[in-house]
Structures are given as structure tokens and as C-alpha cells.
Ligand binder design. Sequence first.
Ligand code: BYC
Length: 316
Amino acid sequence: MTDAAEQISHFESIISMDQCIEPKDWMPEAYRKNLIRQISQHAHSEIIGMQPEGNWLTRAPSLRRKAVLLSKIQDEGGHGLYLYSAAETLGISREEMIDALQTGEAKYASIFNYPTQTWADVGAIGWLVDGAAIVNQISLQRNSYGPYARAMVRICKEESFHQRQGYEIMLTLSRGSEKQIQVAQDALDRFYWPSLMMFGPHDSESAHSARSMAWKIKRETNDDLRQKFVDQTAPQIQILGLRHPDPKCIWDPERGHYDMGEINWEEFYSVINGNGHCNRQRLEHHIDAHEEGAWVREAMQSYHEKKKQQSYAKAS
Ligand code: BYC
């Protein structure tokens, strides 16, 4: 066996035994690139995802709601940082990833290009968006790249708290006045379909799924995960006493699943190609915040350089 054939065979045996590939292990270039693409886009989603909820920090209806929301948004920032660190172990720098986000070369989850118009939208995001994210991320805890899989464990714990705080907001509103029930219904109507889009295109249209499934970068397909989310969400809507946004979402006893209507794929592709309500605003805000924070990065850099010089001086 040649060295190259041995490397491939070793890599494939690790994957087939459900063990993890670690940063120093040999891996095919396409595996590395695909992971960088998915992990960095996942990180960008966490970071850009702070904006729609951040829009409500000053207007949260009580001090308790504000403290909880602040803490949730900080968690999302933390998730972004673990994920950027996981991607860095694959040989890409943070600057390169930020540059790809800001130039539009790298995507982030389409859902964050929808505006948060009312307080109920914050509830709907926690419940549906974090809810959809958990369904996907539980599955990603078993992905084949060690640093990504391990980051998912902590992220899932935090997301499950986020999902509950969102559902609690919706529960409070749906037990409230006529007006509160109406804003809860409106938030559900606007966020339900974009949440289903978070799972990506149908399997038959998914460019990366087959390869990612073979390499266990993804453990379940887009459609299977979407079905899980639809199944868990339908009874939750019933408990809230709200109207389901999808009239076709009916229990099919034969399949043991809820049916679903068709997603508006034209809208999905328009949003992921930069033409959603908030795409431009989200990136402009990120660029402004990044530029404003340049002095912090410079200060950190010179602090580390000074520390390094001091330790060299001590050693010599
Ligand atoms: N939005 O071949 P496919 C959170 C792109 S944030 C945008 O199926 P793949 C939270 C896809 O990237 C957590 N783009 O791709 C934060 C690809 O384009 P490129 C978010 C999408 O990768 C704050 C093309 O379409 N979770 O929880 O096999 C507040 C073809 O798709 C989308 C993650 O990021 C989309 N929805 O599967 C609250 C999970 N869907 O790269 C909450 C990690 C597809 O060729 N990511 N595209 O230009 C994944 O699991 C997978 O990347 C996906 C897509 C399932 C999303």
C-alpha cells in the first residue's frame, strides 16, 4: 500500500468506527474544506443571530426579561467563538472567516435576515429558531470532527435553555389579552416557515449532503431533521392554543409523522442570495461593530507581543 492509500484507509476506518478525526490527523482536503465551510457558516449564524434579538434589549417588557435576553444573546456570542476556534484548528484564520462573511462569500442562517417587529418575535425566535437549531445540533454532537462535535455539547445545553425561555414568552402572551394573543399568532405566522428553511433545501437539491453524510460531518439529512422539528412543534402550538400556520400539518398515523405543506423555495433562495429584508443591514452592522472594535484587537495583540518579549528576555 502506498503512503497516500494508507492515509485514506486510516481516515476511513476512523470514520467507519464512529471515532473522531482530530486536528493533527491526516484528512482529505475536501473534508477539511467542507468542514471549514459548514463550521464557519455556523459561527457566522450565531454572531449575526445576536442582532435581531439585540434589537429588543432596550424594549424588553421587564427587568427580568431584559436580564434573561441579555444573557441569551451573550451565550450566542460565546457559541460563535467556540465555533470560530473549532474552524481555526483546520488551518483558517479568524480574519479570513470574518472577511468571507463581510464580503458575502460565506453564508449565515437565512432566518436572521427577517426583522423582529414585536416582543412576541423574541419569543418566537427562542422557541422556534433555537428549537430548530437544537434539533440539528443534537445530531451534530456525533459529527466526525472532534472539535466541532465537542463544541456542540455545550451549545446544545445552552440552546435548550434558550428554547424554553422563548416558549415561556409565547405561553405568557397566549394566556394574555386579545392583543397579546394576536401578536403571538402573528409572530408564529411570520417565523414558522423561515424556521423550516433553517434545515436547508430538500435532500434531492442539497449540494453537500451526500458527501457530508458519507463523512459523518452531517448525521441526518435536511428533510429528516425538518420532519423531527415539525413533529415536535405541532403539539407545542396546540398547547399555546394558537392556529397552526400550515393547514396541511396533520398527523398521519401510517407514517407516524405530521404532514407538511411546501416551503416557498423562491423566498429561501432569494434570502440566501442576499435579498432578504435585512441582509444588507445585518452585514453593515457587523462591519461597523468590527471596525469600532479594532482598537481592542490591536490592544490585545500588543499585550501578547509584550508578554512574549518578556518571557524571551527571562529565558535568555
Ligand atoms: N440559510 O447543500 P446544503 C442559532 C446553504 S444559529 C443559509 O444542504 P449543507 C441561533 C448552504 O450553506 C445556528 N444558507 O448545505 C443564533 C449551501 O451553501 P454554500 C444555526 C443555507 O451545509 C442566534 C447551500 O445552501 N445552525 O442557533 O449540507 C439566535 C446548499 O445547502 C441554509 C447551523 O448553522 C440556510 N437555512 O446543509 C438564535 C447549523 N440552508 O455553503 C439561534 C450548521 C442551506 O454551498 N449547519 N444553506 O454556499 C448545517 O447543519 C448545514 O450547513 C445546513 C445546510 C443544514 C444549514
